[in-house]
Design a binder for this molecule. Structure first.
Ligand code: SF4
Length: 178
């Protein structure tokens, strides 16, 4: 057995397992069927045959409980704020949110409206923002790739920090003993 392998084995195993889990997550992002305004039409186009979201592992899903991604496609009015938060809370962890279009991101042309939430991130955390009014399905696909990169990195930094701390503690210990 190579010297020192066992000392690093837990870190190596944890990092590899996390990579495998992240790979599975990023390639199977079921998105919730939820749209509140005209951006929803672009979301439908994204799922239709021309762009074919399924080939990216993105399955449209009718329930928040098995959905991984919530795509906020459209204006969020004050009336829709509470159902939006409720749907988000019904999703299992880890859950992701994409804000699609300027209305979802900051209220868009309706930002001064008394009944419009000027940014869905005032209600729930957003992972990726898609600019445009309306953003084309290609823009949404671009956002999906950015989200995948984010998922691929998830947890790995923490594992590396733990590993580095472990190595530092071992060095300190061996210095004390030496
Ligand atoms: S961003 Fe434009 S297309 Fe999308 S919901 Fe707002 S007004 Fe409609």
């Amino acid at each position: 057995m190579l010297p020192g392998v066992w000392r690093h084995a837990p870190g190596i195993l944890t990092t590899s397992l996390q990579t495998l889990v992240n790979w599975g997550r990023q390639n199977s992002l079921w998105y919730m069927l939820f749209a509140t305004a005209c951006c929803g039409i672009e979301l439908m186009a994204f799922g239709a045959s021309r762009f074919d979201a399924d080939r990216h592992g993105m399955v449209p899903w009718g329930s928040p409980r098995q959905s991984d991604v919530m795509i906020i496609a459209g204006t969020i009015t004050e009336k829709m704020a509470e159902p939006t938060v409720r749907l988000y809370e019904q999703m299992a962890e880890p859950r992701y949110v994409i804000s699609m279009g300027v209305c979802a991101t900051n209220g868009g042309p309706f930002w001064q409206g008394y009944n419009v939430v000027d940014g869905v991130d005032k209600l729930i955390p957003v992972d990726v923002y898609v600019p445009g009014c309306p953003p084309r399905p290609e823009a949404l696909l671009h956002a999906i790739y950015r989200l995948r990169e984010k998922i691929a990195r998830a947890g790995l930094d923490r594992a590396r920090i733990r590993e580095a701390r472990g190595a530092e503690a071992a060095r300190t210990l061996s210095g004390t003993q030496g």
